[in-house]
Design a protein around this ligand. Sequence first.
Ligand SMILES: *[C@@H]1O[C@H](CO)[C@@H](O)[C@H](O)[C@H]1NC(C)=O
Ligand SMILES: *[C@@H]1O[C@H](CO)[C@@H](O)[C@H](O)[C@H]1NC(C)=O
Ligand SMILES: *[C@@H]1O[C@H](CO)[C@@H](O)[C@H](O)[C@H]1NC(C)=O
Ligand SMILES: *[C@@H]1O[C@H](CO)[C@@H](O)[C@H](O)[C@H]1NC(C)=O
Ligand SMILES: *[C@@H]1O[C@H](CO)[C@@H](O)[C@H](O)[C@H]1NC(C)=O
Length: 365
Amino acid sequence: MKSEAGITSHPKPCYRFNFWKRIWLKTRVNINQERAFLLIFGCAVLLVFAYNTLTPSPSVTSDALKNSPSVLCRELRNIYEFLSNGDRAFLWETAGNDTLDIRQACAVESLALHNPNVTAYVLFSQERVNSSSITLRTLTEKYKNIRIVGINMDDYMAGTALEHWYKFTDWRNGPYHVSHFSDALRFTTLSKYGGYYFDLDIIHVRPVTYYRNFIATEDGTSASAGAIHADYGHPVMQMAVNDFPANYRADVWAHNGPALLGRVLTKWCGVNSLSEANYLKCRGFSVLPKASFYPIHYPSWREFFNQRGTNDTMKPDWLTTDVIGVHFWNKLSYGEPAFRNSTQYYTQLARIHCPATFSIAPDVF
Ligand SMILES: *[C@@H]1O[C@H](CO)[C@@H](O)[C@H](O)[C@H]1NC(C)=O
Ligand SMILES: *[C@@H]1O[C@H](CO)[C@@H](O)[C@H](O)[C@H]1NC(C)=O
Ligand SMILES: *[C@@H]1O[C@H](CO)[C@@H](O)[C@H](O)[C@H]1NC(C)=O
Ligand SMILES: *[C@@H]1O[C@H](CO)[C@@H](O)[C@H](O)[C@H]1NC(C)=O
Ligand SMILES: *[C@@H]1O[C@H](CO)[C@@H](O)[C@H](O)[C@H]1NC(C)=O
C-alpha cells in the first residue's frame, strides 16, 4: 500500500523499450517505402501491386504499437520491484555469502539511521539469504527502512545492457572478477531503478539525501564508484551500462568501475579531466569532493584501526562537516582487528553510527 510511487514509476522501462521498437519498426517501414520507390521506376503495374501490398504494413505497425505496451510490459516486468515512499538506496553483497558480517551490517545500519526516508535495499547476488542470522535479524528488527533481498541473477540481468556480458563471456575467470561483478551490478541497478548506491564499507555519519546525481572523487582528480546517486533514467548511468560491456577489461582492476565513471563523466561534462568538471559543465551532475566519502585516502587506511589512548576520544580532525560517509577501505583493512572497548576511530564511528550492530558485536570484530 505504501508503494504507489514505486509502481507508477515502473512502466517506464517498457516505454523505453517501445522507443527502440518504434525506431526499428520505422526503419522497416522506410525500407519498405524505398522498395516501393524503386518499383515506381520499374513498372506501373508493379507499382499498383506494391502499393496494395506495402501500404497495409504501416497501419499494422501503428496497431502493433497501440496494442504492444501491455504485452511488452508483461514480458519485461521485472520480478524485482524495489518499492519505496521516498528514495531508494542499494547495497550489494557479491562475495556469495548468505549474511552480512558486523562491519557490513554497520554500514547498512548507519545509512538507515541517518536517512530514515530512504529505503535501504541490501541485495545478495544469490537467492539464498540467512535472514535469521544475527546481523540480518538485528537490521530488519530495528529498522523499518531496511530490506534484505536474495536475487536470482539470471532473472535480474535479463534484458539489461550487461546480459550478454554476464551470461556469455568468461568474466568469472578474470583475476578481479568479484570486484568487476560488483561494478557491473551497481551500474545495472542504477540504470534499472535509479537511486543511491553505496559500498558496504562506508559508515554514514550524516544524511545524504541533500545530494542527488553525484559521484565522489577519492583524491581530487579521479572518480570513485563507492558512492553514487543517479535519478531514474539519467543518461550518465545509461552511458555507464553501455560502456561496461563495450570496453570491458578483465585484467585491470579499476577499468570497469572507477575508470569507467571517469570516462563516462568526462564525456558527459565535455571536459578533458575530471578536475575540470563542475555542476554547470556536467548539467547538474556533481563530482563531490573527496571529503564527502573518502576523508582518509586508501594508503592511510590504518588510521581507522590504530590503537589510541584510553582517554583519547577526541574527534579526528578529518571528520569535518563535509563528511557524509567514511569509506574505510575494507579490501585493505578487513584483517585488522577492531576492539569493542577501544578508542580506535573505526570503533568510535561504529559505536555512534550503528548502535544496534555495535551492541551485538563481539569483543573483537
Ligand atoms: C564470506 O564467507 C567466507 C566464507 O564463508 C568468509 O571467509 C568471509 O569472511 C565472508 N565474508 C564476509 C564479508 O562476510
Ligand atoms: C522525511 O519525509 C517527511 C515527509 O515527506 C518529511 O516531513 C521529513 O522532513 C523527511 N525527513 C528527512 C530527514 O528528510
Ligand atoms: C542461519 O544463521 C543462524 C544463526 O547464525 C544459524 O543458526 C543457522 O544455522 C543459519 N542457517 C543456515 C541455513 O545457514
Ligand atoms: C583519563 O582522564 C581522567 C580525567 O581526565 C584522568 O583522571 C585519568 O587518569 C585518565 N586516564 C588515563 C588512562 O589516561
Ligand atoms: C579490550 O579488550 C581486549 C580484548 O577483548 C583486552 O585485551 C583489553 O585489555 C581491553 N582493553 C580495555 C582498555 O579494557
